[in-house]
Design a protein around this ligand. Structure first.
Ligand code: CA
Length: 226
């Protein structure tokens, strides 16, 4: 899952990048409204954290432009305390949620997790596919109730596939959603990650769809309890 943070306060921006990176997200940052708008317009993000008070173009203006051009990614706005009219303007511009400054990183992370899984159509934090379970709130992965240890990149690949369970996900799409903007991307490494994931999970849930990509689905012939 890849997140864009648009915030002009360099300390806060750094703190959010560190917290989100630590939670397993690929994170890009922008320090003004124009750069933020450009990134959100050209790169595929799973969620955006958008400060409202920004240089060059304010957050509400950025959001209005994205929504006008059909961008539907979930957007969480950062607002000032007592800024009720700011919140209203933010929601009217197309925001999905907000936190009020100053905030705890735990709250920001929890709200983002909820926005991302809701956008993918999941109502609960635990995502399941047959014997595989991924808890988005703890980042734990289990197969048949047994914990499985994954590297950060393996986790990113599995988390994206779990959020899009049952759908074909291309290697390009996976690459775009697990790496940050400046990362030297190589879609061949996706194959390597998928190979390792298959081995570690030990169950046949990642199907290769020839010429198209991968699809996460319950193992064929597995007992489904009815
Ligand atoms: Ca600001």
């Amino acid at each position: 899952m890849r997140i864009l943070v648009v915030e002009d306060d360099p300390d806060l921006s750094r703190q959010m990048k560190a917290a989100l990176g630590g939670a397993g997200y690929a994170v890009d940052t922008a320090a003004d409204g124009e750069e933020g708008h450009y990134l959100g317009d050209t790169e595929p993000y799973d969620a955006v954290v958008l400060d409202l008070g920004l240089p060059l173009l304010d957050g509400a203006g950025v959001l209005k432009r994205w929504r006008k051009s059909g961008k539907t990614m979930p957007v969480l706005i950062l607002t000032a305390r007592d800024g009720w009219s700011e919140k209203v303007a933010g929601f009217d511009a197309g925001a999905d949620d907000y936190v009020t400054k100053p905030f705890r990183m735990e709250e920001l992370l929890a709200r983002l997790r909820a926005l991302i899984r809701r956008a993918a159509g999941h109502a609960t934090p635990a995502l399941e596919c047959g014997p595989v379970k991924l808890d988005t709130s703890t980042s734990r992965v289990e197969v048949n109730g047994q914990p499985v240890k994954l590297t950060a990149q393996e986790f990113k690949v599995l988390a994206y596939l779990m959020h899009h369970r049952g759908k074909v996900v291309s290697r390009t799409q996976l690459t775009e959603h697990i790496y940050e903007q400046d990362f030297d991307r190589d879609s061949n490494t996706i194959e390597v990650f998928v190979g390792r994931l298959r081995k570690k999970l030990g169950v046949d849930v990642i199907e290769t769809v020839r010429g198209l990509g991968y699809r996460l689905s319950e193992p064929a012939g597995a007992p489904d309890g009815g």
